[in-house]
Design a protein around this ligand. Structure first.
Ligand code: SF4
Ligand code: SF4
Length: 388
């Protein structure tokens, strides 16, 4: 998951720094690169509706040229995801190439392709970090969302990384209605492998559009999550829960939607979007295959220029929590059909729920099948179901 806004070193950002970041930077702090749509799993909330490779995905030569550009722009690390990036035959060579050219790699994996040899190879590399995804502390919670056997595969990968001496890898969890009650167990799971826990927010994008209404945490669970995070500042969140800061005590981070300012996404075919969670034509800024390459898109795309302009709070302007919450997440609003200058659908003051209820039927943007496999994977999860 994908990552959202802040690099850890910037966590203690001052208002002045936040103001600077709002205006955008010469290069993104946090660039997510989805290397392939191919995936061995079919998670019901997959933000990119992954499953099958796209025949137009960047070739190895194009991927290397993109890394060269990132190195020239002094992008110091890239978040690599997918799909499952490790199923690309050139994956480990591309990681090596990036690291050798001064671009650190943090990649997300479901763990299914990890072997002892690969874990040792990763542990021996500098500037590489691994995020192993699970969505529950036990198979009964995880597998209905990520697929049968996926918990076993992920924990096996964690054990291989720990045995290889890869200290401090990340256990990455999308917080859902099903797993909020397991936060302590998830922290213990990560700790047991010498790893760090990383929590991210569920967005209604990709196949998540069809499952978000059943899976996103309830209002009470959001309060529970906020309290839990306040007590555990060591848990990584990629700044993705800043809308919860409206509950009172602010969470660490920039409290800023970084879309097009410090964050962007490059998809498997090289298209550049403002945010990893909005792969929609309205948020496509260009392509790394364009004449000016990625740098040209990042520096000159009119979409990004617009996002870097000062924005008003719209309907949130009157809210006394606007300074903390900033109206929440643009992606969550976009996919649920809410106005971008209105409240977040998970607004902790309840305004999002009310706004959703007032929408005419059919307002939410339901994506097509994307790169999902032929099997019907985008059916809503039934709460309480033990298996998909
Ligand atoms: S739209 Fe949401 S996910 Fe995307 S950068 Fe903004 S806050 Fe983060
Ligand atoms: S009304 Fe807007 S600013 Fe206030 S808490 Fe809700 S989303 Fe945040």
């Amino acid at each position: 998951m994908p990552a959202e806004t802040a690099a850890p070193a910037l966590r203690a950002a001052s208002t002045g720094l936040t103001g600077q970041l709002r205006g955008g930077l010469d290069a993104p702090i946090c660039l997510t690169w989805e290397l392939t749509y191919a995936c061995n799993l079919a998670c019901v909330h997959c933000l990119s509706s992954s499953g099958r490779r796209d025949p137009s995905e960047l070739t190895t030569a194009e991927a290397r040229a993109f890394v060269d550009e990132l190195a020239a722009m002094q992008v110091f690390y890239v978040n690599v995801g997918g799909g499952e990036p490790t199923v690309r035959p050139d994956f480990y060579d591309l990681v090596r190439y990036a690291v050798d050219h001064g671009v650190g790699v943090k990649f997300s994996t479901n763990g299914g392709t990890m072997t002892a040899e690969r874990a040792r190879r990763l542990a021996a590399m500098d500037y590489v970090d691994v995020q192993v995804s699970v969505d529950g502390a036990r198979p009964e919670t995880n597998d209905p969302v990520r697929g049968d056997g996926s918990f076993a595969a992920a924990t096996r990968a964690m054990a291989l990384l720990a045995d290889a001496g890869f200290g401090g890898f990340k256990v990455s969890v999308v917080v859902t209605r099903l797993n909020v009650g397991e936060l302590d167990d998830l922290a213990a799971l990560a700790e047991g492998y010498g790893a760090e826990l990383r929590l991210t927010r569920l967005r209604p994008s990709g196949r998540g559009a069809a499952t978000w209404h059943e899976l996103h945490p309830t209002a009470e669970q959001q309060r529970e999550l906020h309290r839990w995070l306040v007590d555990r500042p060591e848990v990584l969140t990629g700044d993705s829960f800043f809308h919860l800061s409206a509950l009172g005590e602010p969470l660490p981070g920039l409290n800023l939607c970084g879309a097009g300012r410090v964050v962007c996404l490059v998809d498997p075919v090289g298209d550049v979007y403002a945010c990893p969670f909005v792969m929609a034509p309205e948020f496509r800024a260009g392509s790394v295959r364009d004449a000016g390459g990625f740098a040209g898109v990042w520096r000159h795309a009119s979409l990004f220029a617009g996002l870097r302009e000062p924005s008003t709070g719209g309907a949130c302007n009157a809210c006394d929590a606007f300074g903390a919450c900033q109206g929440g997440c643009m992606a969550a609003k976009f996919h649920t059909g809410l106005p971008l200058d209105g409240p977040d659908p998970e607004c902790v003051r309840g305004h999002g729920e009310a706004a959703l209820a007032a929408l005419p039927p059919g307002s939410a943007r339901l994506p097509g099948p994307g790169h999902s496999k032929a099997a019907p994977v985008s059916v809503p999860v039934l709460l309480g179901a033990s298996r998909r």
